[in-house]
Structure formats: C-alpha cells, structure tokens
Design a protein around this ligand. Sequence first.
Ligand SMILES: CC(=O)N[C@H]1[C@@H](OP(=O)(O)OP(=O)(O)OC[C@H]2O[C@@H](n3ccc(=O)[nH]c3=O)[C@H](O)[C@@H]2O)O[C@H](CO)[C@@H](O)[C@@H]1O[C@H](C)C(=O)N[C@@H](C)C(=O)N[C@H](CCC(=O)O)C(=O)O
Ligand SMILES: Nc1ncnc2c1ncn2[C@@H]1O[C@H](COP(=O)(O)OP(=O)(O)OP(=O)(O)O)[C@@H](O)[C@H]1O
Ligand SMILES: N[C@H](CCC[C@H](N)C(=O)O)C(=O)O
Ligand SMILES: [Mg+2]
Length: 550
Amino acid sequence: MTERHEGGSKNRALRELLSLLNPVHVLGDTSISPGSPCTDSRKLRQGDIFVALKGSRTDGHKFIGEAVRKGASVIVYDNEKALKEQLAMFEGTAKDALPVLVRVEDTAKILPLLTAAYYQHPSSSLKLIGITGTNGKTTTSILIQSILSEAGFSVGRIGTLGYCWGSNHIEAHLTTPDPCALHGILQQMYKDGVNIAVMEVSSHALHQHRVAGCLYDVAVFTNLSQDHLDYHRTMEEYFRSKLRLFTEYLKANGIAVVNIDDQWGRKILEHLESKGRNEKIVTYGIESYDAEISAEDVCYSPDGLEFRIKSSLSTDHDEINYKVSSGLLGKLNVYNILSAVAATLAFNVPLESVLKGIEKVRSVDGRLQRIATPNGFSVIVDYAHTPDAMEKALSCVREWTKGRLIVVFGCGGDRDRTKRPLMAQVASKFADLIVITSDNPRTEAPERIIEDIIAGMPVTWQKFSADESHFSAPKSKSYTIEVDRRQAIHIAINVARPGDTVFIGGKGHETYQIIGQEKIPFDDRLVVKEYLDRCCHLTSADIRFHKCKE
Ligand SMILES: CC(=O)N[C@H]1[C@@H](OP(=O)(O)OP(=O)(O)OC[C@H]2O[C@@H](n3ccc(=O)[nH]c3=O)[C@H](O)[C@@H]2O)O[C@H](CO)[C@@H](O)[C@@H]1O[C@H](C)C(=O)N[C@@H](C)C(=O)N[C@H](CCC(=O)O)C(=O)O
Ligand SMILES: Nc1ncnc2c1ncn2[C@@H]1O[C@H](COP(=O)(O)OP(=O)(O)OP(=O)(O)O)[C@@H](O)[C@H]1O
Ligand SMILES: N[C@H](CCC[C@H](N)C(=O)O)C(=O)O
Ligand SMILES: [Mg+2]
C-alpha cells in the first residue's frame, strides 16, 4: 500500500475547504472539486492541490511551475514573488487553463488544517493515543495496541514500524507521517472500522505542526535524553517540542501519562499542574515513591521479566497489586510496560486485558531481538541510536552475558553529530570489544562519522586489526574500525566465543542502508543468519580462526 489515499472530499468544493483557512487572496474558480493536497511536486497527480512549503533544503515554491505542468488544480502559496517567478513561464496561457491560486499567511500552518478538512476530519471520529519521548515510543505503542486489542477494540498503529490496521501495512517513511499522509491514513482506518489509533508523535512532527488538526484522548511521555540536537539545537528546545503534545494537542479532559523518574517528565508534570487544566494526570516510574503506577519485585532473566504492578488508580482507591510476565527484556522494558499499563488503566481497560495484552507481546521487531546461533554465543540486534538507549540496552545485555560483550555500532549521517562520541563512551563502559562501523551514512562520508565516534573512545582502549583476530583473539578493551557494516558484523561473529554476546546496535528492524541518496537492501538480522549459515559446518572454535569464504 502507499501513503496516498483516495476518497477524500471528492464532492467537496474548494470553496468549502477555503472557508476554514482564512486565505489572504484567491484567484480562480472555487467551485471546482480538487484532488488531494500534496506538498511534493514529484508525487503530485493531475487535479491535486499543490501546497508550497519552505523546507530546510529547498523551497516548495520553486516547484510550482512543475506542479502546474503536471496538472495541479490549485496552488496554495505564501510567497507572492516566488509565485510570480514560477508563473512567468506560463505567460500567454489562458487564465482558465491555470490552477486556482490561493495565497495564505503561512502554508506550513495551513497544510494540516486543509488536509484534515479534505479528509473530513477523521481524527475526530477516532480515539487517539499519542506517545512522545526520545526512546520507547515504538515499544510502548506495540504494548498498548496489544492491550487494547485484547480488550476488544479495533486498533490502528502509526509509527516507526509502519502504519498498520487490520491486514493493512504501509511502510513508514517517517515515524509520524506528514499531514497529507496522516489524515488520509486516519480516514482509511476509520472507514475500515478502527476505533482507536495509537501514534508515535516525534519531536520533528510536533515542531513542524504535522499533527495539527488532531486532538489526543491520551498523551504519553516516555523519557527525554540527547538526540536530534542538529534540529532542535538545545535540550530545552527539544523538550518544548515534546511538551506541545500535552499543551496543544491533548483534549481538555484527556489523560496525560508521564514518567516521573525522568527529570523532564517531572517538568511536564509541574507545567501541567501549574496551569490548573482539566486533564487527568497519571504518573509512573520505578524509582519515584510518588508514582501512581510502579513496579515491585522485578525479576530479570535472559528470557524475559516478571514483576508486580503497583497501582493506586483503581476506582475504589484501594491499591492493586498484580503480577505481570513478559518476554521483553531488561529494565527499559519495565518502563515501557508501565507506560502502557498506565495509559490503558487510565483509559478504563479491565486489568485482565491489560495483563493478557502485555503477555502476548513476546518481542518487538529489532528491539533487543535475539538471533539464535548454534555456536554457544548470543547475537542481539537492537535499535539503540542514542547514548541513553545504548546505556539502557547494554546494561541489560551485560547482566546476562557470562563471557565478553562485543558491540558493533555506527551512527547515522545527517543527524546530531554531538551524540556520536557519547555513544562511544557508553559502548566502551560496557563492552569488551567494539567494532565501529557505519549506520546509515546518508550524505556524509562514513569515515568522517567514524572519526566523530572515535573521539569518544577512552585513550586506554587499543586498536586491533581484524585480520589478526583470525589468528589470535584480540585483547579485551580494544576496538577495530570497519566501514562496511556487513564486514563489521562478520568480524564480530568471527571473534565471538561460547558465552559471549554480540550486540549489533542502531538499525534494529531496518531492512535497508542509506548511503548517499541510495537506499540499499540491508538487514542486520539477515546478515547474521546468512553468515552463520555459511559458517555452520565449522565448530564455534573454528569460526574464530577461519574467516568464511566471502
Ligand atoms: C529535517 C526534516 O524534518 N525534514 C522534513 C521536511 O523536509 P525539508 O523541510 O527538508 O524539505 P525540503 O527538502 O527542503 O523541501 C521543501 C519542500 O519542497 C518540496 N519539494 C522538494 C523537491 C522537489 O523536487 N519537489 C518538491 O515539491 C518538498 O516536498 C518539501 O515540501 O519536510 C518533509 C515533508 O514533511 C519531510 O519529509 C522531511 O523529513 C525528512 C525526510 C526527515 O528525515 N525527517 C526526520 C529527521 C524526521 O522527521 N524524523 C522523525 C523521527 C525522529 C525520531 O523518532 O527519532 C519522524 O517523525 O519520522
Ligand atoms: N524506555 C526506554 N528507555 C530507554 N531506552 C529505551 C527504552 N525503550 C527502548 N529503549 C532503547 O531504545 C531503542 C528504540 O526503542 P523504541 O523503538 O521503542 O523507541 P522509539 O522512541 O520509538 O525510537 P525512535 O524515535 O527511533 O522511533 C531500543 O532498541 C532500546 O535500545
Ligand atoms: N528516527 C531516527 C532513526 C535513527 C535510526 C538510525 N539507524 C539512523 O539512521 O540514524 C532518526 O531518523 O534520527
Ligand atoms: Mg519509534
């Protein structure tokens, strides 16, 4: 399926859509019924409304000419000069052969409202749960979906792992879709009988007004730690974007679910309390004695975890205390489970469905995902791509690793450079050996990204050569560099012995690698499996010394 949807307001005249938008100026016949709003001239189809947005790389106004040539029926713009430049090439064309021209104050602000109106405000026909925070959004959304499905709701999910409802699955290009896609998807969900949509709401989306036009019944905050400072500049700015989910997009009588073990979570709480608003606030945490939902007697094992939920939310105000068991691993997932429990209990889901729904999630694609090996060592593929995620994921893997912890990771290009050395510092805190490699270099030189990572490696760590490692095991606390991620994974497997764990971080569920502008098929899990298959005729000891034939 694609992100584009038919079936918007097919019979709705442009005039009706414009009545909601307060345009500065309109030129042309507004009785037409246009196609769907579109911000990308490359994807535009005949009859669509082209909305020109100023971006970080270029300005959509530069593509108005292309949109006209492709048959846009309406052009929405906010820069008169840029419009005139583009229309100059159509001089002499009959006026009625040109699209309707609609000038607005700010196209970015108008876009979500226009799109919501075009798709007949589908978000108001659904219950919406929004999840924000640096880490844990995807996992929490999967848990909430499972719980709500168990309780009999028909649930749609929008996030990093795709946009899914019923048997529909749309691959996610963005964690939170842009408004043109979002309202089309919500409308389709509604038509297909979905009653609740669970959405990851990224900080970029909040900053870019992508979810304007949506009002959430429940808003969840997982945590905040360093990421995306290339975009938000400071942690305060990053936080302010996240806060908007609670201050701008939560219904007046909605439910705010907040992790108060997190210092930024406490700030959200203070903020909401100081405004004296009407929303219900539900707090969760493991360390904070005043959290309304917390965990007791947590037992961790390499196969999952068990704990008792402690909650003061029950309607008769007696404390409830129930046992949860989950196939998910580590303390980070205790937090994710607590956030899902808090959101659904506050939403009045019966406790039985909550417990069953949690149990049913045996694993989450690419998050602490274990790959079976016949060689006595473990391989874990994980999506940690921030220092904090790395810290939380590695501390849990370290716990159950009897032998050495071998970490393979890189950092994404065209993303926050300052997190790169921090991720190296964290990795070196837990790992015995590190193979530094590429993640998605995008348009950056992979070697430059690796230099940024190495700047965070402790001076006491020594470099080992991957070739030598086939003859003698590298010394503990040493690292090697291999730009090619496939080779890097092979190196880690080659040096692993029984009892060791190979942790491959950063790409998790991703089935591609972005190098330059190209998206090349690549899946950490398949690379591991293929290599193990090729090597499986060897014993685990052999693998250390005999590199498989490439
Ligand atoms: C930095 C950022 O957020 N960029 C987003 C932004 O693009 P931009 O402003 O850079 O757009 P641009 O390339 O300058 O182009 C400006 C306009 O001209 C249009 N254009 C451009 C070229 C052309 O030939 N024709 C044309 O019409 C573009 O469609 C756009 O409307 O607006 C675009 C349309 O909404 C987004 O697709 C794009 O997301 C890019 C792809 C991106 O990678 N964003 C990431 C960082 C992101 O948002 N990630 C979060 C998750 C983060 C997390 O969970 O940790 C997410 O929600 O997925
Ligand atoms: N509650 C948590 N606290 C800290 N780290 C976490 C937590 N949950 C998961 N992680 C780590 O973060 C990684 C990403 O988890 P998840 O996909 O659930 O988060 P996300 O917020 O959706 O991430 P993204 O912003 O990239 O979509 C996991 O692979 C794990 O390493
Ligand atoms: N939502 C995150 C995903 C990062 C995944 C990692 N593999 C990378 O490419 O940096 C982002 O776009 O920053
Ligand atoms: Mg996610």
